[in-house]
Design a protein around this ligand. Structure first.
Ligand code: TYD
Ligand code: MG
Length: 451
């Protein structure tokens, strides 16, 4: 087949048979680059070509292997599925190579053969990292190579149980003339590794760097080509890292794991709530503890508010870190209208301690009370924890998983929990001792109980 060329937008991946100055898909200028058209689709299919009766399709029981890192296994739904391709995305320096070298180390300890391919670092650099992580002398093979075809042929010779490629942006296929890291290269590499993993039933991990826009480089099109997409994130100034699943063909995507980067690698944080509350100031105004849900797990976090007079009158600042900006603006309007506070001349800052980001409406009540605490200059008792969604009329609405939230707060010794009335009535049959459950129907009632 004669190779045709096609123009692909390097920003969004749109195709065009001829060069365009501006992408009709995403509106980006000068983003089209000529690339070799992908080979015919037939090469990519290895499923039966004839339709099968539903009842004749064999059971979907999947064999999984545990990685040795419990938290990672949980995020993947109980270990890595044999022959699956897992893409791990994250910003440079977040700890992707560290995580996968730890995974390689643990597989080796179980006597499995691992091939770790790096297109970024020399063997010495990898070994240096391995020494920090305590890699022992098991069946761990390293390969510093960037040519995809050579890598695959080496891997097929070695036949490892686990295959790691670091990173998809540095490897290139000789089939294409474009340089590594371009969309077509990144796709071709992912495609070939996917076929390699399926054909040989080798569980494979692919590292991908995240672009500044926050999407996996070689945009979203990479995500649907793999079985599992994990996203590794964290703040540069904080030691904790959050790993979550964006996509999982073999399990839920709601799970999340929290690690801490230490001198000897990533350590799972077994009690995240205690971790995020450990430096909480006691009896300070503007600080409140919220019972939130991250993934399927409850988590306690601290929301802080600060209200201070605006320097430049007429243009007060509304800043949020870790909370949705628009939702917060709405909540501030509710405070003004429904509680009668005026803060036209005040700057308002809201922050979630520890660099966490909370994106569920169940944190509304806590965010409001943090601001009110500042406005009234009164601290919220430090053994109070709150949750509840707040509507535009100031009503406090029920949220999901109230029991899990309460239990988490109980386990850390909180004595009073302010929650939606609706949730309280759901919990009548539950036997909850040692804690005062205060159900509220609107934010005025919450105010009465808290202050
Ligand atoms: P790395 O895994 O190289 O990140 P990525 O592959 O995502 O680019 O890890 C980067 C940082 O982690 C680096 O700044 C050093 C730090 N680090 C530790 O703090 N402790 C360790 O044990 C290791 C191996 C790395
Ligand atoms: Mg790396």
């Amino acid at each position: 087949m004669k190779n045709k060329t096609v123009f692909i937008c390097q920003h969004c991946g749109a195709h065009s048979p001829k060069w365009l100055g501006r992408c009709p898909g995403c509106g980006e200028w000068n983003s089209f680059i000529e690339e070799v058209a992908e080979e015919s689709q037939a090469e990519y299919s290895f499923v039966p070509t004839e339709p099968l009766l539903y009842k004749d399709v064999k059971g979907a029981e999947k064999k999984r292997a545990e990685t040795g890192i419990k938290e990672l296994d949980r995020v993947m739904g109980g270990g890595v599925v044999l022959g699956s391709l897992v893409l791990i995305g994250g910003e440079p320096g977040i700890g992707k190579s560290t995580l996968l070298l730890q995974v390689s180390r643990d597989f080796c300890l179980k006597g499995e053969k691992v091939l770790y391919v790096s297109g970024e670092e020399s063997l010495e650099q990898i070994k240096l990292r391995g020494e920090r992580l305590g890699v022992s002398n098991g069946d761990l093979y390293l390969l510093a190579e960037t040519n995809l075809e050579r890598i695959i042929s080496q891997a097929e010779k070695l036949k490892p149980q686990i295959f790691v490629m670091d990173s998809v942006q540095t490897i290139y296929s000789a089939k294409l003339s474009s340089s590594p890291g371009t969309i077509s290269q990144v796709r071709e590499v992912t495609n070939q590794v996917f076929r390699f993993a399926k054909k040989n039933q080798i569980s494979s991990f692919l590292i991908g760097h995240i672009t500044k826009e926050g999407s996996l480089a070689g945009p979203k099109s990479l995500e649907h080509m793999v079985d599992v997409v994990l996203y590794f994130e964290g703040e540069r100034d904080h030691s904790h890292r959050v790993l979550r699943a964006l996509k999982n063909r073999y399990g839920p995507i709601s799970e999340l794991a929290i690690f801490e980067m230490e001198t000897s690698g990533l350590q799972a944080i077994s009690n995240p709530s205690a971790f995020f509350l450990k430096e909480r100031p006691k009896d300070e105004t503007g600080s409140v503890v919220v019972c939130t849900i991250k993934g399927s797990r409850p988590l306690l976090a601290e929301i802080q508010a600060l209200v201070s007079p605006t320097l430049f009158s007429g243009n007060p600042r509304r800043m949020t870190i870790g909370l949705d900006h628009f939702r917060t603006a709405m909540l501030l309007a509710v405070i003004e209208r429904k509680l009668g506070f005026g803060f036209a001349g005040e700057d308002i800052y809201l922050n979630v301690a520890g660099g966490l980001s909370l994106d569920e409406p169940a944190v509304d009540l806590a965010a409001i009370m943090a601001v009110v605490s500042c406005l009234k200059n009164k601290a919220i008792p430090s053994d109070f924890a709150l949750f509840g969604e707040v509507g535009l009329s100031g009503e406090v609405r029920s949220v999901n998983q109230p029991l899990a939230r309460i239990k988490e707060a109980l386990s850390l010794g909180f004595k009073t929990i302010v929650l939606p009335k609706g949730n309280l009535s759901q919990l009548e049959k539950e036997n909850i001792a040692d804690v005062d459950l205060a159900g509220v129907g609107n934010i005025k009632e919450a105010l009465g109980i808290i202050f």
